[in-house]
Design a protein around this ligand. Structure first.
Ligand code: FE
Length: 254
């Protein structure tokens, strides 16, 4: 199993604070059957900046520690980029794609809204060969209120990743239902842990795949579970045509 979104690098964001935290997270991941983790520290989110070179250095360092500790897990480089207007200028300089293949990039929206320029920017990035992966759309207030906004982005070529603990119900029933709706309407293409620690933000990845299998069937589970393998190699993933989520009309408006 491959986890494509995780804050496992020590001391550079709100994930692992020291090497020991990283090692504990690595052991928890390994116990769930995870063999590779894309380290995706925050970048440009207002609190943390972690650019390409720094991340590559930290990934090398942590991989050496894992070997020394005898933990059979490989860390791949990645970055969780908070969307900002000048992303195109910073591609190749500060910004890092998943496993540095030049294809997939994890992009985060502010939790409250969707910036006005998002559609154009995500489209322009694709013209430069980047496939945007919108991370945890199920926790964005504007998308929750109007899922057609995510539908449009996916229709225009972006992909999305829901968080494992959203799928399992750890984040609440509403978020669980919405996450499963996104998956069943082909509006989410990956599940990842977004783990920050082993207690309050753990991996939950195996549980999430089991939830998908139970609620939506085996074939969706395996599609979601295999997509990360293609993604880290920069290859095309498996996806179906996105469908709109029909929202119930609110009484009183009509
Ligand atoms: Fe994250």
């Amino acid at each position: 199993m491959i986890d494509i979104h995780c804050h496992i690098l020590p001391g550079i964001d709100d994930g692992a604070q020291e090497l020991n935290d990283s090692l504990e997270m690595a052991r928890q991941a390994q116990s769930q059957g995870i063999t590779q983790i894309v380290a995706s520290p925050h970048h440009k989110n207002g609190s943390y900046d972690n650019n390409l070179q720094d991340i590559l250095t930290e990934v090398n360092r942590l991989n050496k520690e894992l070997v020394r500790e005898g933990i059979d897990l490989e860390i791949l480089p990645g970055q969780e980029v908070r969307i900002y207007g000048e992303m195109e200028e910073d591609l190749d300089v500060d910004l890092l794609t998943v496993n540095n293949t030049g294809v997939y990039m994890l992009i985060e929206f502010p939790s409250s809204h969707l910036p006005r320029y998002a559609n154009k920017l995500l489209f322009d990035l694709q013209l430069k060969g980047i496939v945007p992966i919108i991370v945890h759309p199920e926790r964005n207030r504007e998308i929750m209120e109007d899922p057609s906004k995510l539908y449009r982005l996916i229709k225009e070529g972006s992909l999305s990743q829901v968080t494992a603990s959203s799928v399992t119900g750890r984040m609440g029933k509403k978020i669980k239902k919405f996450s499963l709706d996104l998956i069943s309407h082909n509006l989410a293409h990956f599940i990842a842990s977004d783990s920050h620690n082993t207690t309050t933000r753990p991996f939950d990845l195996r549980d999430a795949y089991e939830t998908v299998e139970k609620e939506l069937g085996t074939s969706l589970r395996y599609m979601l579970q295999e997509n990360p393998e293609e993604m880290v190699q920069g290859k095309m993933i498996d996806k179906d045509i996105p469908e709109r989520i029909k929202k119930k009309k609110v009484l009183g408006l009509f």
